[in-house]
Design a protein around this ligand. Structure first.
Ligand code: UDP
Ligand code: MG
Length: 153
């Protein structure tokens, strides 16, 4: 089992898409093991986007992520990091495949609805950044035996 971080960005929250996006993860079979609303600030955004702080678009990106609260989610499943990145789609919504979240809901390279961790290592770092100890709640999924083969979990 893997656990990955998803952020429902201000572009999701303000367009009234929180329920639709959470529904996609639930119906795929990902288990929600952590979820909360948060107001992000410059300090957490400089850490979270440390690979982008020197890019010319960083001030605009940070402003877009601070505009309103976001929803932080911890999603669990077999190969959850790869599955969730696949559901998220290409960064630029205009280039993202239809059927992905960004390809179905976004026309933007920045206002692209969701963040999703891009590797197992980054997922661990990002989950620790957005969730305090005790805020991720591991519990047995009641239907696990119908969601995976017995040799998969
Ligand atoms: N971003 C942007 N302009 C760009 C590239 C990225 O505003 O030219 C924003 C966009 O919101 C993206 C985030 O920066 O989701 C993080 O960029 P990254 O390359 O990590 O893409 P992601 O992992 O989100 O697909
Ligand atoms: Mg990224």
């Amino acid at each position: 089992m893997e656990t990955t971080l998803v952020l429902l960005k201000p572009s999701c929250v303000n367009r009234g898409l929180i329920g639709q996006i959470i529904n996609r993860f639930e119906r795929r079979g990902l288990q929600i093991v952590g979820m909360k609303m948060m107001q992000l600030d410059d300090a957490i955004l400089r850490d979270h986007y440390s690979h982008l702080v020197d890019k010319p678009f960083f001030p605009s990106l940070a402003a877009s992520m601070k505009a309103t609260p976001v929803v932080a989610m911890a999603l669990q499943g077999v190969e959850a990091v790869t599955v969730v990145r696949g559901m998220t789609g290409y960064t630029n919504g205009r280039k993202a495949d239809p059927g992905t979240i960004r390809g179905d809901y976004s026309m933007s390279n920045q206002q692209n609805i969701v963040h999703a961790s891009d590797s197992i290592d980054n997922a661990a770092v990002e989950l620790a950044r957005f969730f305090k100890p005790g805020e991720i709640l591991n519990y047995k999924h009641a239907l696990a035996e119908y969601m995976y083969g017995s040799d998969e979990i």
